[in-house]
Design a protein around this ligand. Structure first.
Ligand SMILES: Nc1nc2c(ncn2[C@@H]2O[C@H](COP(=O)(O)OP(=O)(O)OP(=O)(O)O)[C@@H](O)[C@H]2O)c(=O)[nH]1
Ligand SMILES: [Zn+2]
Length: 356
């Protein structure tokens, strides 16, 4: 397999040289399961683990490899490799973990484009679309809107939906397709670039799996489980989460992708709601919350109808979620610090006691 087919670029090559990682092999993570990885390299696929040093120095989940990462590796057996380093990522899709407040869960790395998938029948919802947009922007992934199930409704309502999107969301391509009749597939295939990495974001049932299956043709690998024991008695069972499509595009799809929420989206919110952000500069008070203040330029624009009432409400809702997320993170850091201090004080006392 040619590395370029896996998404390798000149930029990654330069970075690899700069970091003096040329003496190592290079590969891309195609699956991950509990700190066991499957890496695809030019000469084959390897089951892999990270070095003890990497695990020891890791400060957070983000220091571990994720699907889509490029890694420097050493091959040991015919099918086993050790990962030494994760190459710098140009984009990261992450989400706030549900169980531990504030903790971030890595979903995938080095994605170029996200297909924001909504079905035109019942699923269609502009607010949710804006939410996915925000996630894309804050992850440094370019959005492409894909409307599915066009076979289920007439042309007129589809046009209306497209217009309503264009009214609220600027500069994002909108494609309408049917996975049933394959209407719109040609346009979609033209959008997909060889060697670029894509992901699918959208609610359950909108047709993501069907789309992936149709686009991957014979190349579909996700369904065949990778399960093999090596001579060292290791055993890994997982699903490949990175598929090379028939037209050369690369698609990452995994369970985490289907539960993407909001985390660290400050800059994303600014891009999605840049009209609102611009107006906010003109509010009378610097710390305006755009709720009840006199001289609030945002509220004035909403009243005048210059800003969509629902866009405003959606913005406020996401701001609240973001603030809540940030405060849980701050709270956790504070607790960690306090705990650190307790441990330190304890050690001091212990030393004193021993000194006696
Ligand atoms: N009529 C019609 N049905 C579709 C279309 N795309 C998908 N479906 C059907 O919708 C159902 C859900 O499709 P999936 O591809 O499983 O949806 P998904 O987004 O992968 O759902 P999750 O796996 O739950 O995230 C299936 O019964 C599909 O056959 C479409 O374009 N038109
Ligand atoms: Zn204001």
């Amino acid at each position: 397999m040619n590395l370029k087919e896996l998404g390798y670029t000149d930029l990654i090559e330069e970075t690899r040289k700069e970091l003096q990682l040329e003496q190592f092999g290079i590969g891309r993570i195609v699956a991950e399961h509990k700190e066991r990885y499957v890496v695809r390299a030019a000469d084959g696929e390897y089951e892999a683990e990270i070095t003890g040093n990497m695990r020891f120095t890791a400060r957070s989940r983000e220091d571990f490899p994720a699907v889509g990462d490029w890694v420097a590796l050493t091959v040991f057996d015919a099918d086993f490799a050790i990962i030494h380093q994760v190459l710098p990522r140009y984009s990261v899709l992450k989400r706030q973990a549900v169980s531990h407040s504030g903790e971030v869960q890595m979903i995938a790395a080095n994605i170029d484009y996200a297909f924001l998938v909504q079905a035109v029948d019942r699923d269609f919802n502009l607010n949710r679309l804006e939410r996915y947009l925000t996630i894309s922007y804050s992850s440094n992934v370019s959005p492409i809107i894909v409307l599915t199930k066009t076979d289920l409704i007439d042309e007129q309502p589809i046009t209306e939906i497209t217009e309503s999107i264009n009214h609220r969301i600027k500069d994002v391509p909108v494609l309408a397709i049917s996975n049933e009749t394959r209407d719109g597939y040609e346009a979609l295939n033209n959008v997909i670039e060889k060697g670029k990495t894509y992901c699918l974001l959208g609610s359950s049932g909108v047709g993501k799996s069907t789309l992936l299956n149709n686009l991957s043709g014979q190349n579909r690998m996700k369904t065949d489980a990778i399960s093999k024991s090596t001579n060292k008695g290791r055993h890994v069972t997982s699903h490949r989460e990175l598929t090379i499509l028939e037209n050369g595009g690369i698609l990452i799809d995994n369970p985490g992708m289907r539960e993407v929420g909001i985390a660290d989206t400050t800059s994303g919110l600014e891009t999605t709601f840049d009209d609102i952000m611009d107006l906010a500069q003109q509010c009378r008070f610097k710390d305006c919350t755009h709720t009840t203040e006199a001289g609030c330029a945002v509220l004035t624009a909403v009243e005048k109808g210059e800003i969509d009432q629902s866009a405003y409400e959606n913005y406020m809702k996401m701001e609240r979620e973001k603030n809540h997320f940030e405060s849980t993170v701050a709270e956790r850091r504070k607790k960690d610090k306090q705990f650190g201090k307790i441990v330190k004080d304890y050690k001091k006392k212990d030393m004193k006691n021993k000194g006696r």
